[in-house]
Design a protein around this ligand. Structure first.
Ligand SMILES: [Zn+2]
Length: 329
């Protein structure tokens, strides 16, 4: 894949391509922006372009070097992912040993850390030493979904490159051209992916619609089967641990849509456009502050879960707060 194939991040790859062409490649880059919008793909393409045997300033995808990097078996290009939840000190030590060797067969060593946010304090402090004294011929690429939680000393030593969410139209175009999805389905998937191409491509529409229906039922009828339904739903959601972030995303989107319907006639920003009639009915029943408070409760739950709070308890508390906000409890 060459830079031009990376959808919607023209600014990022133009900067990188210019540094390659001018010979002004830095020692450390920080690619930051939400998940699923092409940071990792751009980092791998940059690693290929730095070592490509045919192209200057891009990757050809055909030479031995590009193919090895694509296959994850180039000795000079390493991607470090969290082992379990975090990138650990042992991984950073391995990295430090590895970058001290000379380039093996490429032109530059490239180390991609995905993601720098998931690092133990010990690993962060050790990694800082590598950033402070970057080894020759090595390019460090740090990927981050949230630069606000990074040590300022890490940020200040890297060249920051921002990655933006993609417009619905760009995602639709990819879904239609590359996946053969029909226009209406592409519009729906693009809206539900919240600007993330990676997510849009991996969405299974049937599962997504079912999850969204579940999320909607929390707002439309949280006590369908009495007060106990809060606990039974919390049980079901908590058991579906892998899927919980999608369910919470749906809940956030639905709240946001209802808030928009209550405050504006502009429907451009509504995600669940295909549900507008049901959402309008619900918006007539709920006050703006209720919707706002429910939205905030869901956001807090997302933050708690990112901090490894107890899943079952967090969902139960969220459901109870939603029931309370809606005047059921
Ligand atoms: Zn190549």
């Amino acid at each position: 894949m060459s830079f031009k194939d990376i959808i919607g991040q023209n600014r990022a790859w133009t900067i990188l391509q210019n540094t390659l062409r001018n010979g002004s490649v830095g020692h450390a880059y920080l690619f930051f922006g939400p998940e699923g919008i092409g940071k990792r793909l751009t980092a791998i393409t940059f690693a290929k372009a730095l070592n490509c045997l045919n192209e200057k300033g891009d990757s050809c995808d055909e030479c031995n070097s590009c193919r090895k990097i694509e296959g994850g078996n180039h000795p000079d290009v390493i991607i470090i992912n969290p082992e379990g939840v975090y990138i650990k000190i042992e991984q950073i030590r391995r990295l430090q040993r590895m970058v001290n060797f000379k380039v093996y067969e490429g032109r530059r060593k490239v180390v991609i850390l995905d993601s720098i946010n998931e690092m133990t304090d010990e690993a962060s402090n050790s990694f800082l030493k590598t950033l402070e004294e970057p080894p020759d011929e090595t390019i460090l690429i740090l990927l981050s979904t949230n630069i606000h939680t990074l040590l300022p000393t890490i940020i200040s030593r890297c060249q920051g490159i921002r990655f933006n969410l993609l417009p619905v139209e760009s995602i639709m175009e990819v879904l239609i051209k590359k996946k053969g999805v029909g226009i209406e389905e592409a519009r729906l998937i693009a809206s539900l992916s919240n600007g993330r191409l990676g997510k849009a491509i991996s969405i299974d529409i049937e599962t997504t619609l079912k999850d969204r229906g579940d999320a909607f039922s929390i707002l439309s009828d949280p006590l369908a089967e009495g007060v106990c339904s809060i606990f039974s739903k919390a049980d079901i959601w908590a058991k579906d641990g892998d899927n919980i972030h999608d369910l919470l995303d749906h809940l956030s989107n639905l709240c946001r849509d209802i808030a928009i319907l209550k405050s504006s006639r502009n429907h451009d920003f509504i995600v669940n456009l295909d549900m507008i009639d049901e959402l309008r009915l619900l918006s007539e029943r709920l006050s703006f502050s209720t919707v706002q408070n429910i939205f905030q409760t869901v956001q807090n739950t997302i933050i708690f879960l990112k901090k490894n709070a107890n899943l079952h308890l967090s969902i139960e508390v969220m459901m109870m707060r939603i029931g309370e906000e809606m005047g059921y409890l």
